[in-house]
Design a protein around this ligand. Structure first.
Ligand code: WT7
Length: 631
C-alpha cells in the first residue's frame, strides 16, 4: 500500500513527523484503507484512566479490507498457502476469491447458530485453513474471537472460555503436530464440564479419530456448511468495537484477556507488516507461529491479508519428519520472508548443518525473529546458514498487548545490528527509566523500557478487569506504558531488549541481567541451552543458579562446570559466575517456547511447595526431574 518506507532518510523523516504531528501522520496512513465512514478524530488518550481511542467515529469491517477490497485486482492470487503436518499430504493454495467465499459461508453458519455482533467465540483449532476462516468469519459479523492455542489443557481452555463468557466453541476432532495427534474435541468435552455459557460446539473433521458426541450441542462443520450461501455482507463496526480477546500469561496465575479493537489494530498491523518485512507484490511470506498467539493473529492473518499478501500457514512442527522441515517448506513454496522464534533457531542450530544446506533457500530475502532476546550464537547461525549472510534479519520486539511490532529494523532500509531490535517504528516513542523511576536522558544507557505515546494497536483493556490493566501497565511511570522489559540503548539510538525486568538479579549490589550470563554459557561447545536465575544468598543478597542442557551426557561434571565458570568470568565478569550449576535434560517451557523462569526461580530458592499451575507447560515432567536433582 502507499505507505512503504523506501529509504533510511524517509524513515527518519516519517519518524520525526510521527512524533511532531502524530494525527496527520496516522491520517495519511489510514486513508489507504476502506472505511465505511471516515473518522472524526485521529486519537484521544488519557493514561491516568487509562483510556486510548483511535480513528474515533470511524466505521469499517476489517474483513472487507482483508478480502473484498482485493477482489477487483487479485481475486485469483493466492491468499493462503497451507502446508500440512505430513509432507506426503498435498499442500493447498486458497485464492482471495475462495477465501472470501469460505469466510462468508462460515459467517452465515455462525449467524445460523445464533451468533451476533459482540458475542464471544472460542476457537480451539489446529493450524488448518478453517482456523483462519473461523477467525475472519467472526470479524465479518462483529463477533469477538478468542483463539486458544490448541496445545492448551482442558483446564486452561475452560478458564479462558469462562473468563470471556464464550457462547460457542469452534474445534476439530483432532489435530496433527509432528508424530502426535491431539484429541481436541475430547479436550473441549472435558473443559465444558466446567463451563456454563457455551450453547454449541462446531467440529471440523480433520483426523477422523473416534470422539464423543452430544447431540444437544455438537454439530459437524461439514454438515453446517453444506448448502449455505456464500454471500454475507460485512457488519459495519465502529473503530473502537472489540475485534478479539487473546490471553497472555501474567506474573500471577490468572491469564490476562487482552482486548484489541478494530480500526487501530487494522491500520497498525498492516503498516508494520509492510514496512518491517518490506513485503513486495508477489512475494511469499511465512511466519511459523501458531495462530493461537498474537504473532499469528497480526502477522499470519490480519496484517498480510489486509496488504493482499500471500501468507503461508504451517500445520506441523520444525522437527517432523526431521529437523530440515522448515527449509524444505521454504524451498517448496519459494518463501521470500521467513519469520520465526529464537527457541526454534537454537533447536535447529543443534542439528547437522546439511539439514539446511541441502535445500535451495535462494528465494529468501528477509529473516525475522520474535519472542525473546536472540543470543549472539543463534543470531549468527541464522545469518550464516539460513540467510547466507545476504538477508537482513529483523529482530522484532513487541507483545500480545502491543498488537504489532514496536521496535525493529526495516529490512534492508534501516540497519540491523546483531541481538539488537534496533530502532522504534514510526509512531513509537520509547524511553528508559532507572531503578529509582527517573527517566534516563543520556543516549547511551541501560534501564527499564517504557513507551510514552499511544500507537493505534495498543490493547485497550484486560477483559473484565480494567483495574488490573491499569496496575500492570500504567502505574509504574506516569503517562507511560510499561511493557515489563529491560533494554539497552546505544549511541545511535538502537535498542537491545535485555529480557523481562524480573530477570534482573542484584548480586552483591551489582545489577546483573541473566541474559548475558546465559549467552556466555551458551557459547560453550557442549551446551545446548541454559537458563540462569537468582536465588537468595546470605552474603551476596542474591546469587546465580544456572540450569544447563548439554548435548551428551556429562562425563566429567566438575571439569565442565569449571569451563563454564571460566567462560562467564571472561565474558561477563567474575561477579557473574553462578554459585550453582545443575545439568538438566530439559527446561520448563511455555507452549510458545518461553523458558518459565518463574518456576526455576522457585526451585533455586527451594520453594517448591507452591509452583502454581504447571499444566500448561510444554514439558511438565521435566520439573520433577529438576527438583529431584536440585542443588
Ligand atoms: C514478551 C512478549 C510478540 C509476539 C511474541 C511474544 C519478549 C518479544 C522480543 C524480541 C526480545 C522479545 C519480551 C516481551 N519479546 N519479542 N524481539 N526481543 N524480547 O508475545 O507472549 O506477549 O511476549 O516477549 O519479553 O515483553 P508475548
Amino acid at each position: 500500500m502507499g505507505f512503504q518506507i523506501q529509504s533510511y532518510q524517509q524513515y527518519l523523516d516519517d519518524y520525526k513527523k510521527s512524533v511532531t504531528n502524530p494525527a496527520e501522520f496516522w491520517d495519511e496512513i489510514a486513508v489507504h484503507f476502506k472505511w465505511r465512514k471516515h473518522w472524526d478524530k485521529t486519537f484521544e488518550y488519557d493514561w491516568s484512566k487509562p483510556e486510548t481511542k483511535w480513528f474515533i467515529g470511524g466505521q469499517l469491517n476489517i474483513t472487507e479490507n482483508c478480502l473484498d477490497r482485493h477482489l477487483a485486482s487479485k481475486a485469483d492470487q493466492t491468499a493462503i498457502i497451507w502446508e500440512p503436518n505430513n509432507p506426503n499430504e498435498k499442500s493447498v493454495r486458497v485464492t482471495y476469491k475462495e477465501l472470501h467465499s469460505k469466510v462468508c459461508a462460515f459467517a452465515n453458519v455462525l449467524k445460523k447458530n445464533g451468533i451476533q455482533k459482540g458475542d464471544k467465540v472460542c476457537i480451539y483449532m489446529p493450524m488448518i485453513v478453517e482456523l483462519a476462516v473461523a477467525v475472519l468469519a467472526c470479524a465479518r459479523i462483529g463477533a469477538v474471537h478468542s483463539v486458544v492455542f490448541a496445545g492448551f489443557s482442558s483446564k486452561a481452555l475452560a478458564a479462558r472460555i469462562n473468563d470471556a463468557g464464550c457462547k460457542i466453541v469452534l474445534t476439530a476432532d483432532g489435530g496433527y503436530r509432528g508424530e502426535k495427534t491431539t484429541p481436541l474435541k475430547n479436550i473441549v468435552d472435558e473443559a465444558l464440564k466446567n463451563c456454563s455459557t457455551v450453547n454449541n460446539v462446531l467440529v471440523f473433521k480433520r483426523t477422523d479419530q473416534p470422539i464423543n458426541w452430544n447431540d444437544n450441542i455438537d454439530k459437524w462443520w461439514h454438515e453446517e456448511i453444506a448448502q449455505i450461501e456464500d454471500i454475507c455482507e460485512p457488519v459495519v463496526l465502529d473503530s473502537e468495537d472489540e475485534l478479539f480477546i487473546l490471553y497472555t500469561s501474567g506474573s500471577t496465575g490468572k491469564p490476562k484477556g487482552m482486548v484489541h479493537t478494530c480500526g487501530g489494530y487494522m491500520v497498525y498491523t498492516t503498516y508494520s507488516f509492510q514496512n518491517v518485512f518490506q513485503y513486495k507484490e508477489g512475494d511469499v511470506y511465512w511466519c511459523t507461529a501458531d495462530i493461537g498467539w498474537i504473532t499469528g493473529h497480526s502477522y499470519i492473518i490480519y496484517g498480510p491479508l489486509c496488504l493482499g499478501a500471500t501468507t503461508v500457514m504451517f500445520e506441523g512442527v520444525p522437527s517432523y519428519p526431521d529437523y530440515g522441515r522448515f527449509w524444505e517448506v521454504c524451498e517448496k513454496h519459494k518463501v521470500n520472508q521467513f519469520y520465526t522464534a529464537p527457541t526454534a533457531i537454537r533447536t535447529l542450530a543443534k542439528h547437522p548443518k546439511d539439514l539446511v544446506d541441502k535445500y535451495d533457500l535462494s528465494n529468501l530475502k528477509v529473516l525475522g525473529t520474535v519472542g525473546e532476546p536472540i543470543n549472539e550464537e543463534a543470531w549468527h547461525w541464522y545469518d550464516d546458514n539460513v540467510g547466507k549472510n545476504k538477508c537482513p534479519i529483523v529482530d522484532t520486539w513487541w507483545q500480545t498487548e502491543t498488537g504489532g511490532i514496536l521496535i525493529s529494523s526495516l529490512a534492508g532500509v534501516t540497519e540491523g545490528k546483531p541481538t539488537f531490535a534496533t530502532l522504534p517504528m514510526p509512531g513509537i516513542q520509547p524511553a528508559l527509566f532507572d531503578s529509582e523511576g527517573r527517566k534516563i536522558e543520556n543516549q547511551e544507557a541501560e534501564g527499564i523500557l517504557a513507551i510514552q505515546h499511544p500507537w493505534p494497536s495498543i490493547a485497550r483493556t484486560i477483559y473484565g478487569d480494567h483495574e488490573r490493566y491499569k496496575n500492570v501497565y500504567f502505574s509504574a511511570y506516569p503517562n507511560h506504558y510499561f511493557p515489563g522489559d529491560g533494554a539497552l540503548r546505544d549511541a545511535k539510538g538502537n535498542y537491545r531488549i535485555t529480557g523481562r525486568v524480573d530477570d534482573v538479579v542484584i548480586v552483591s549490589g551489582h545489577n546483573l541481567g541473566t541474559a548475558p550470563v546465559e549467552n556466555a554459557i551458551d557459547e560453550h561447545k557442549d551446551v545446548v541451552e541454559c537458563a540462569v536465575v537468582g536465588f537468595p544468598h546470605d552474603v551476596k543478597g542474591n546469587a546465580l543458579y544456572a540450569f544447563v542442557i548439554t548435548y551428551d551426557k556429562v562425563s566429567k561434571p566438575e571439569q565442565l562446570k569449571n569451563e563454564i565458570l571460566e567462560l562467564v568470568s571472561k565474558t561477563v565478569g567474575p561477579i557473574a559466575k553462578p554459585d550453582k550449576i545443575q545439568f538438566v535434560s530439559g527446561l520448563p517451557k511455555t507452549r510458545s517456547g518461553k523458558i518459565m523462569r518463574r518456576i526455576l526461580r522457585k526451585i533455586a530458592s527451594k520453594d517448591t511447595e507452591n509452583l502454581g499451575d504447571i499444566s500448561t507447560l510444554l514439558n511438565p515432567d521435566v520439573v520433577t526431574e529438576i527438583i529431584d536433582n536440585s542443588l
